[in-house]
Design a protein around this ligand. Structure first.
Ligand code: HEC
Ligand code: HEC
Ligand SMILES: [Ca+2]
Ligand SMILES: [Ca+2]
Ligand SMILES: [Ca+2]
Length: 461
């Protein structure tokens, strides 16, 4: 009797599975098109796209070493890597993008320097030529909390959290943590009275060249600044300054889409985060009044050569995207359907086609980054109150979700959202407000099984 029941149940299970399998819904596990690799190991963000040419592969290796190895104070016998600082946040790209993955906000358990969160600074207004944010007169556009010997660091950043309680539709409670920043030990007097600060967590850097290869027109076509279609979701392009070409350009990179190209993101990081000058940023980052900084020895002019900056750019553009796991299993498939039903895909756009670019491996690929690369008003809870080119103090770029399920395996911990306040995928969703409020509520009010399916889908990315 018991065996018979079990057999019927098994048959029913098969039928359900067959019904699911026969619908038209398909999930392509190759999130990065032909750059995808099947790898879910600790190194899965650090591998070259499998379809690179030998020459690109060689540049990737050179770029890898300049991304990963520490820069040192000038002058040093390791001439290729000296010129760190005078002020800086980290010694290597990989100090923040650990294993090409994600940083963490300062934690009590990390005692001391943990550079995964940086603080952007500005005063109200915009630069007349570029439209970009105006720097603090004493501290510039970013707080550097470290420095070489004999040069003062700018200050110390601490983050503290306040608990906010909420409840799911079924009455289950949850806790979110609201961060507040404290900047102390300021070396050059107070910050401007009307200072704006924006904490930014280092995100994973996979698939960057693919995002760069999406035609600008395709991104513009998704924008709906006045919500003409009335779905409550606007989506605005950030228009930033292309410092290489000296023209306005569509912003794609950073939490506010405040940078146009991977090269400029890399050169900006060399300058702002490491204190390394390049053709794009020929002068050391020493705001007026920081005398010891401007008098410190440099590691050459510029400190990173054009060809090495190019190699780091190629490296960052061509990191492979790990394949989705379990794309044909439940509850991942149901979760993917709910992702669309709840309206997540209105911003986290599932599929894009890349155009033709200088690297064939990145060209004409069908990719699934789960982002529209546009800005959205995410409500007061997430607002930083700091404008960044066209982005308001409440707007953030939809972040890509590829790789989000692997961050913990790679980095040993997983902090989400622009400042790392969310400790779980659930918390990240529950912080969505503004244009994301409706999708958030669809998730919050769904039954536990559906919520679990949605999370299983995200974990599979
Ligand atoms: C101090 C920590 C830190 C260091 C060091 C650092 N980054 Fe970043 N990186 C960040 C943060 C924070 C962001 C987001 C920036 C923003 O929103 O403005 C970012 C963003 C990026 C992005 C864009 C990611 C996206 O999804 O848009 C790329 C590419 C990148 N970094 C490459 C580099 C390279 C190359 C280096 C070394 C030259 C580097 N980073 C060094 C913290 C760091
Ligand atoms: C209105 C556009 C919009 C909608 C709708 C939306 N998101 Fe987001 N999502 C964003 C933006 C913008 C951020 C970044 C916010 C921040 O960092 O402050 C984000 C962040 C996230 C993150 C954290 C990503 C990271 O890298 O830390 C996850 C996970 C996420 N969304 C999942 C979802 C899910 C699941 C849904 C549906 C329930 C959803 N989102 C609906 C725009 C949206
Ligand atoms: Ca330097
Ligand atoms: Ca500074
Ligand atoms: Ca709309």
């Amino acid at each position: 009797m018991i065996r018979w029941v079990a057999a019927v149940l098994a048959l029913a299970g098969l039928l359900t599975a067959a019904t699911c399998g026969s619908d038209s819904f398909t999930l392509d596990p190759n999130l990065g098109g032909e750059t995808t690799r099947i790898d879910a190991s600790r190194n899965s963000f650090s591998l070259p796209a499998p379809n690179l040419t030998t020459a690109e592969r060689r540049a990737f290796e050179v770029g890898d070493s300049f991304f990963t190895q520490n820069w040192v104070t000038a002058p040093a016998s390791t001439e290729a890597r000296d010129g760190l600082g005078p002020t800086f946040n980290a010694q290597a790209c990989s100090s923040c993008h650990v294993l090409d993955g994600r940083g963490a906000p300062p934690l009590p358990s990390h005692a001391g320097a943990h550079p995964g969160l940086l603080i952007r600074l500005s005063i109200p207004g915009a630069d007349a030529r570029t439209g970009g944010p105006l720097p603090d007169p004493r501290y510039g556009g970013q707080l550097q909390d470290r420095s070489v010997l004999g040069v003062p660091a700018e200050g110390v950043v601490r983050v503290s959290y306040e608990t906010i309680n909420g409840t799911y539709g079924d009455g289950t409670g949850y806790e979110l943590r609201m961060p507040s920043l404290e900047i102390t030990d300021l070396a050059f007097g107070p910050l401007a009275a009307d200072i704006r600060t924006s904490p930014r967590l280092a995100p994973q850097v996979i698939g960057m060249g693919l995002l760069e290869a999406i035609p600008a027109e395709a991104i513009m076509a998704l924008s709906d600044p006045d919500d003409a279609d009335g779905d409550g979701i606007s989506g605005r392009a950030n228009i930033v300054w292309d410092g290489r070409l000296g023209v306005p350009a569509l912003g794609r990179f950073g939490w506010k889409a405040n940078v146009a190209t991977v090269e400029q993101q890399a050169a900006g990081a060399f300058h702002g985060d490491l204190g390394i000058t390049s053709s794009l940023h020929p002068d050391e980052n020493c705001p007026g009044g920081q005398t010891a900084c401007s008098e410190a020895l440099t590691g050459g002019s510029p400190e990173i050569t054009e060809s090495r900056l190019g190699a780091v750019t190629i490296y960052t553009r061509t990191l492979s995207v790990p394949a989705m796991r379990g794309a044909d299993t439940e509850p991942v498939r149901s979760g993917a359907r709910l992702f669309e039903e709840f309206g997540c895909a209105s911003c986290h756009t599932v599929t894009h086609q890349t155009g033709i670019v200088d690297i064939a491996a990145l060209s004409e690929q069908t990719i699934h980054p789960y982002t529209d690369l546009l800005l959205h008003d995410m409500g007061e809870g997430l607002a930083d109150g700091r404008e960044d080119f066209a982005a308001s103090g409440r707007e953030w770029r939809t972040p890509p979700l590829w790789g989000i399920g692997l961050i913990e395996a790679i980095n040993g911990e997983r902090f989400l959202l622009h400042d790392g306040r969310a400790r779980t995928l659930e918390e990240a969703i529950l912080w969505h407000g503004g244009e994301g409020e409706e999708a958030k509520d669809a998730f919050r009010l769904a039954d536990p099984e559906q919520r679990a399916a949605l999370i299983a889908f995200l974990e599979a990315l």
